[in-house]
Each structure stands twice: as structure tokens, then as C-alpha cells.
Design a protein around this ligand. Structure first.
Ligand SMILES: [Mg+2]
Length: 414
């Protein structure tokens, strides 16, 4: 995009802004405007931060104008920083406003490391996210507007409680439910992840009856309107998943997530067609190619992409809009720090079929403190997340907190 066309676009949008008082679209800030069409990416750096049991990999895309963008890769991925080092060669020296073009350049650069179907798509997502943040800062616009605008004023957050994994005592699970309600969440899920035998994919009568009782007691506590889902963590055989889902049918569950291992779409479709509870899946899928059969055969009721894994913000929107042609709505999987969470929030805000975004780390004391919202707002409010109208992702890192929790051996973007 050259300077002339950007300014022309800015003028047109400013005219629209005059008609719409809530719109804050403006011209690029003076420093950036001078640089439009001339800004070049100079480097991509990473910093690994310890958040509870795992590390997150933050990404910084630097430019010769001094403006930078922030992103995050999919956490708990081996070689995240190495993958970024490999694909960053596709963007250095380039214009950061060419976001989709650079995404394709990175896919090509990472093709021998399965850039569409493996962990490389997470590294690419980290850089792509930082490019959107950068583009927003250059154009003085929030990322959701660059992605098409606001469909949702606030985003329903669902809390991944995990749960007391080895227990079949409803009281232990109720305590977890209570904690989630006390945090202010309006929606949560339990993970039924433990099995008597981790390999057989079978469920014993004791497990089946224990889980039915847990769901029954939790639903009694929550009342009928509360959003309450179950993640089966890909652990079941087809007949046992069917048996469990049929038994849970009376409890008005919001969804059953990942009832079967991920790669047999025909089996997933069978469960979806036969279940009265909506079936959700997708956290282990990558770029759009990996979604084709799932979406085209309508093998799930809800898609559940992870923005920082599937290739980034534009790829998430692409997948969601494709699923929307089949009237399949999008929930977003998410286990990122507030940086990746806010990035997901921007694409969720700009996606028509979005209905909920995951949060799983609220109990880690310094989790929300690694960033500062530029609008000074709280991170979550009453179980919802809103994006700000500040440029880019609308956040900055709290450097003191980040540096205090740097992972062993990591530098702070050096
Ligand atoms: Mg899951």
C-alpha cells in the first residue's frame, strides 16, 4: 500500500467517521504518517515468560521507524523461538502493512517444517499478530477495525476450570464451579481427562456414573441458564463417547468438546449427527487446509480454532467465515498470555459467528499483570472481555513484571 492510497483511504474513512459519532477512525499519527509506505521491518525478537506451569513465547516485530508490534505464539510448543527465527527471514526488510502477503511468504519459508499442518503455523501466527498490532499503530486504528469492524461489543469469556482431575466426588468439582462463579465468569467447562487406563479409550461404569453425578450436582448448583460445557480431551472410543453423551443429555450442557481423537472426521461426524448436545472441536487443527473436511462435511456443531496456533488473526476469520456458510458458529480456544488473548479478542470482535472465547489461566497471580491496557480498563469485567479503541491491540507490556518472570535462559527481546 503506498502513501497516496493510504491517505485516500484515510480521507474516505474520516468522512464515514463524521457520520458515526462512536467511530474513532482517524489519520495516522504524525510520525507514522510521514513513514507510510516507507516503514520496513528490521527484526523479529522473542521473550519467553513463565506463567505458572508453562512458558509463553512473546514476539516483537521491530521497524526502522521505531514503531513495533507485539504478538504471541501458541504456548507449550517445542522450538517456538527457533521456528520464529526460521520464518522471520520472510518478513525482514518488508513493508509491515502487507500483512496477508507476508503471511503467505512465511508459509512458503516454513514449508519444509509443515507450515500449514504443524507447529510452524503457531510461529507464523505470532509474527502475523505482531504485524496487525504494528499496522494498527501505523494507521492509528484498533486491529478489529482493520479486520472489518465490530460485530460484538463485549465477548463472553468461558473459564477452563480444569477440575480436580482424579476425583469423582461431586463436592470437589462443585468447589471448582463455585470458584469460577466467584471470579465473575458467566460460563465455564470441566475437563474430564482422567481414565482408569490411559490407553484403552474405555470408560468404566464407575467413571460413567461418577461423571453423571458431577454434572447433575453442578447443574443443580448453577441453575438452568448458566453456560456449562464438558471437555472430554480426545480420550474416548466411539461407543463409550456415545454412551457418555447420551447419559449427559438431560443436563442442558452447552457443549461437549473433543469427544474423540481429532483426525477421524467421519467418526466425529457420526457423534455430531447422533448427539443432542452440541459437539465442539478444533484446537488441534492448524491452517485452513486442515479444516476442509471437518467444515465441508459439517462434522461438528461448533468450531474451536486457536488463533495463535492456526496461523493468526486473518486465518481465524477465514476459517470462521467458511464455517459460517454452514451455520457453524465459532468458539475460540485459547491458552495464551493476555497478549495472545487480546489478539484473539480483536478477531472475535470482528467475526460475525463468534460466541465465546476461552480463558484458562486466571488463577496464575501475575497472569493479567504482564500487560497494561492502554485504555486503563480491567482485563475481564463481569465475565466479559472488551477490546479498546486504542491503536493496534491496545496493550503494552508491563516490562517490570515480564522481566521478573522471564523463563530460564530467555532474554527480553534481545
Ligand atoms: Mg480442549
Amino acid at each position: 500500500m503506498d502513501r497516496r492510497s493510504v491517505l485516500k483511504m484515510g480521507g474516505g474513512l474520516s468522512a464515514l467517521a463524521a457520520l458515526s459519532p462512536e467511530s474513532v477512525i482517524g489519520r495516522a499519527e504524525a510520525k507514522a504518517e510521514k513513514e507510510l509506505g516507507k516503514v520496513k521491518i528490521t527484526d523479529v525478537k522473542t521473550a519467553s515468560i513463565k506463567l505458572g506451569k508453562y512458558d509463553v513465547e512473546l514476539v516483537k516485530v521491530e521497524t526502522d521507524s521505531g514503531i513495533y508490534g507485539l504478538g504471541e505464539t501458541y504456548p507449550q510448543t517445542a522450538g517456538g523461538a527457533e521456528n520464529i527465527k526460521h520464518v522471520k527471514k520472510a518478513v525482514i526488510g518488508k513493508d509491515p502493512l502487507q500483512v496477508e502477503y507476508l503471511f503467505y511468504q512465511m508459509l512458503v519459508r516454513g514449508r519444509r517444517s509443515s507450515s500449514r499442518t504443524g507447529a510452524m503455523s503457531g510461529a507464523i501466527a505470532g509474527i502475523e499478530t505482531a504485524l496487525w498490532d504494528l499496522a494498527g499503530k501505523i494507521l492509528n486504528m484498533p486491529v478489529y477495525k482493520l479486520l472489518g469492524g465490530k460485530f460484538h461489543d463485549k465477548l463472553l469469556i468461558y473459564h477452563d476450570t480444569g477440575g480436580p482431575k482424579n476425583s469423582l466426588d461431586p463436592k470437589a468439582w462443585l468447589a471448582v464451579a463455585q470458584e469460577s462463579v466467584e471470579y465473575g465468569f458467566k460460563a465455564f467447562k470441566f475437563d474430564f481427562s482422567q481414565r482408569h487406563n490411559p490407553w484403552s479409550r474405555s470408560i468404566t461404569g464407575k467413571e460413567l456414573n461418577g461423571w453423571i453425578r458431577i454434572v447433575e450436582k453442578t447443574r443443580e448448583y448453577l441453575g438452568g441458564d448458566y453456560y456449562f460445557g464438558i471437555d472430554l480431551k480426545y480420550r474416548n472410543s466411539l461407543p463409550d463417547a456415545q454412551r457418555l453423551i447420551n447419559a449427559l443429555e438431560p443436563y442442558k450442557l452447552w457443549f461437549i468438546e473433543d469427544p474423540l481423537p481429532p483426525l477421524n472426521i467421519a467418526a466425529m461426524k457420526r457423534i455430531t449427527d447422533e448427539s443432542d448436545i452440541p459437539i465442539m472441536t478444533g484446537e488441534h487443527f492448524h491452517t485452513r487446509q486442515t479444516w476442509r473436511e471437518l467444515i465441508e462435511t459439517e462434522a461438528c456443531d461448533y468450531i474451536h480454532p486457536d488463533t495463535q496456533k492456526c496461523g493468526g488473526l486473518l486465518e481465524t476469520k477465514w476459517i470462521a467465515d467458511w464455517a459460517d456458510l454452514h451455520y457453524i458458529p465459532m468458539a475460540c480456544h485459547n491458552m495464551c498470555s493476555p497478549v495472545g488473548t487480546m489478539a484473539s479478542a480483536h478477531v472475535c470482535t470482528a467475526t460475525r459467528s463468534f460466541f465465546t472465547l476461552e480463558s484458562d489461566s486466571i488463577n496464575i497471580p501475575h497472569w493479567k499483570d504482564i500487560i497494561v491496557r492502554q485504555d486503563g480498563g480491567k482485563f475481564y469485567k463481569d465475565g466479559y472481555l472488551t477490546v479498546s479503541d486504542k491503536p493496534g491491540l491496545g496493550i503494552e507490556l508491563n516490562e517490570d513484571v515480564c522481566k521478573k518472570h522471564l523463563s530460564k535462559g530467555s532474554s527480553f527481546f534481545k
